[in-house]
Design a protein around this ligand. Structure first.
Ligand code: NAP
Length: 139
């Protein structure tokens, strides 16, 4: 399982502002990390018929403004699909898990910022009795 990924504590979350210094460790960890794990694990998984699990994010399925972390998770989404094309014919499964905001050490003791974002106006529902929770942006 390729699990670990992070946003640097001082990362302003966009490529439009702030200091680029923390970007390289984030990109290397979030993108190169799963690739290195796949490289090391695939030969063994081929002999056992095992499964590679990549932890992405909803941020790897949805866009948010100038968000570099999101771009690293889009890379994980693409990597999982590309690995699947390669691995399934060799008897190896590939699973991509894309969590939403979860209160873990990922947030380094802080409050997930999106959890405090105002929700967009609810969309009119087809049925007056059916109310759905409104969505918020995710990491
Ligand atoms: N939390 C969210 O809101 C959220 C949302 C979407 C996606 N994700 C993604 O979910 C994944 C896991 O995030 P999380 O929230 O569970 O983060 P987390 O609470 O920070 O947990 C990270 C895990 O990685 C381990 N780890 C840290 N550095 C490591 C290293 N150098 N080598 C091996 N393991 C290491 C930690 O082990 P120790 O406990 O031993 O330190 C911990 O078990 C990440 O890819 C993240 O991008 C998180």
């Amino acid at each position: 399982m390729a699990n670990f990924g992070f946003i640097p504590a001082d990362h302003p979350r966009t490529v439009a502002d702030g200091d680029p210094e923390p970007w390289a460790p984030m990109v290397l960890t979030n993108v190169l990390g799963p690739a290195l794990l796949a490289n090391a694990a695939l030969p063994h998984l081929e002999t056992t018929g095992g499964r590679l699990v990549l932890i992405g994010s909803v941020a790897g399925l949805k866009n948010s403004p100038a968000n570099l972390y999101s771009a690293t998770k889009w890379a994980v989404t693409g990597m999982a699909e590309n690995l699947r094309m390669y691995a399934t014919s060799r008897g190896v499964g590939v699973t991509l898990v894309n969590p939403g905001v979860t209160d873990t050490a990922f947030w380094q003791g802080g409050v997930p910022p999106f959890a405090l974002s105002p929700s967009p106006s609810p969309r009119p529902s087809a049925s007056p009795s059916a109310s759905r929770p409104t969505s918020t942006s995710t990491p």
